[in-house]
Design a protein around this ligand. Structure first.
Ligand SMILES: [Zn+2]
Length: 295
């Protein structure tokens, strides 16, 4: 196994336990980026709209996907997604207190399908999951949840200089959603992630895995069948800037692999698990749900 960097946190690597009993005002006050939101009753999805008004908007995600109501679009069928992902060397993984996330350093892009000729650059991917196999995905399929969902987040590099610039623009982002189901055997591509999850058990922990991963290895074999619609980020500030591409085929991980996600914690001491981190579906409303394939 390659050398790994020591755990670090937002306090520059100091162990939060060593400061136990000494509470400064900075510690009582939540950090701006984390203020007000989580997945508990008091700060969960039902409350996000109070502090992030866009969460009450007409173009929110996730949604329930009813395949029979999706409109087959022949243009999508004739212009498949072009996924050009590069291998990430020494993949970095992180627990941000809300999810398990990997940042992308390489020039990995997608285009085609609903994105046309514009290139969208991959910036990070992360996961959503639930307390057991009955829940966890954000998008649902005719009301059914999968045990998890992977989100590969891209920004429109053709029009915008950075993710930050793109995140507020209606054509700023594209996210590929991949459902996770639980089978009996390990998913090879997911192994780098599940094997390293325990090293970032607490919020704000990051680690270099020392391992390579091509994000392609997290996709199902068939990427030609998907649903697409105009939506939003599923976490605050819930910006309405995402072209969603939800793949029809799930990937399959083992029970141990999904447990690695469920063992992550949302606090800096590792005493509170991220039991679930999915936002329930919101109305499709006036929006159109298109599919690249015929039923
Ligand atoms: Zn997500």
């Amino acid at each position: 196994m390659a050398k790994r960097k020591a755990r670090s946190n937002e306090n520059g690597g100091r162990d939060p336990k060593s400061r136990r009993g000494v509470v400064s005002p900075e510690e009582i006050k939540p950090k701006t980026t984390d203020m007000h939101w989580g997945y508990d009753k008091e700060n969960g999805p039902q409350t996000w709209g109070h502090h992030y008004p866009e969460a009450n908007g007409p173009r929110q995600s996730p949604i329930d996907i009813d395949p029979s109501s999706a409109k087959f679009d022949v243009i999508l069928a004739n212009n498949p997604l072009v996924i050009n992902y590069q291998t990430e060397h020494n993949l970095n993984v992180e627990n941000n207190g809300h999810s398990y996330k990997a940042d992308i350093k390489e020039e990995s892009t997608i285009s085609g399908g609903p994105l046309g000729s514009s290139k969208y650059k991959l910036v990070q991917f992360h996961f959503h999951w639930g307390r057991d196999d009955k829940c966890g995905s954000e998008h649902t399929l005719k009301g059914k949840m999968y045990p998890g969902e992977l989100h590969l987040v891209h920004y429109n590099a053709e029009k915008y200089k950075s993710f930050t610039e793109a995140v507020t623009q209606p054509d700023g982002l594209a996210v590929i959603g991949v459902f996770l189901k639980v089978g009996t055997i390990d998913h090879e591509g997911f192994k780098v992630l599940s094997d390293n999850a325990s090293k970032v058990k607490c919020k704000a922990f990051k680690t270099e895995t020392g391992l390579d991963l091509n994000p392609n290895n997290l996709l199902p074999e068939n990427v030609t069948n998907y649903w697409t619609y105009e939506g939003s980020l599923t976490t605050p500030p819930c910006c309405e800037s995402v072209q969603w591409i939800v793949l029809k085929d799930p990937i399959s991980v083992s029970p141990e692999q999904i447990r690695a996600l469920r063992n992550l914690c949302c606090d800096e001491n590792g005493s509170k698990r991220i039991i679930e981190n999915f936002r329930p579906p919101l109305p499709l409303g006036e929006r159109e749900l298109r599919s690249s394939f015929q039923l």
